[in-house]
Design a protein around this ligand. Sequence first.
Ligand SMILES: Cc1ncc(COP(=O)(O)O)c(C=O)c1O
Length: 393
Amino acid sequence: MMLDNARRLITPSARSDVPPFMVMDVMAAAARIEAAGGRVVHMEVGQPAAPAPRSARDAARAALDLGDVGYTAALGIPALRERIARSYADSHGVTVEPERVVVTTGSSAGFILAFLAMFEPGDRVAVACPGYPPYRHILTALGCEPVMIEISAATNWSITVDALLETHRRTPLKGVLVASPANPTGTMMRPEALTELISAAEGEGIRFISDEIYHRLDYAFPAETAAKFSDKALIINSFSKYFCMTGWRVGWMVVPDALVRPVERLQQNLAISVPTLSQVAAAAAFDGVVEMDEVKHGYEENRRILVEGLPKAGIGKFLPVDGAFYLYADVSHFTDDSLDFAKRMLEQAGVAATPGIDFDPVEGKHFIRFSYARSAADMREAVDRIGTWLKRG
Ligand SMILES: Cc1ncc(COP(=O)(O)O)c(C=O)c1O
């Protein structure tokens, strides 16, 4: 009895039992190689190598010097909410009222707020497989049920209307979450496909969440925002990727009118507000678009090097390299254990990439994700190293 009580005091909750990120194993192994003086080309990490725009860093420095770093309004600094709202008119010709914009601690905190505001425990929410693992892990931790809908070349690497409705008929869904461009696939949905999916979902009472974190990093065709097609969809975005501000932890949501106040109450209680210096920097980041477009052109060059170079190196099968900074390669002709393949590629070729099983527990064993967010020189070196390694057998 005493033993039972003692155990109860230290037993973690069942809901905290979410899987780890396996890429962390690869990163730890890469760090060991580097500590021993070895060279590693990093293509495992999904973050830009470039710093935040100069305008953002200057604004943060000026605010810091003033020292006025108190809490802000829970929904965010008004000037930032207005600037974000204006960006929808500038980039997409869509009117978004600043009142519907909520500043969040990275898009990661946006997911928590959105899921809490939209869903009850037990609600089923569809996500694509392969997909970004925290979607399903956050849903699980909150007591919701992620429902993985398999995507493939046959579905244009996105959730189709048919797949959504078929899943919904089997057991009703309360929500669906899509990303375009997506992680890990780097693929995008055509605007028509996005509109159709939104109408089909909303027609069935399924709430639509659009993760637009890789917007502005589109190469195949312009990415369209779900805000253009519905004012009931919830949009999640972030300064992490295009604006190169991962560590600043600042993002935003555009929420339907009816969710503004619930999200405000949740944010008040969960976080009070988002870090103030990061919000100040984010508002100024929009003045750094020319600088960030240069960074984007760098990714385009990296993409060209990989799309041309990897087939010559022996990796010739990959998904359409539409956007974000990911190339998702099919390595099934080499392995059916992508974790082992990633480890060997790291140890023997000095190239770190992410095993697909992080994103897709089944088919992911045949895939590797390359991130091309670093320099062109790194990309050329990676292609050479992989080519030499695969030829060696
Ligand atoms: C698809 C996707 N959504 C959301 C995030 C979370 O980013 P952040 O919390 O930095 O905004 C990431 C990070 O890699 C991502 O790839």
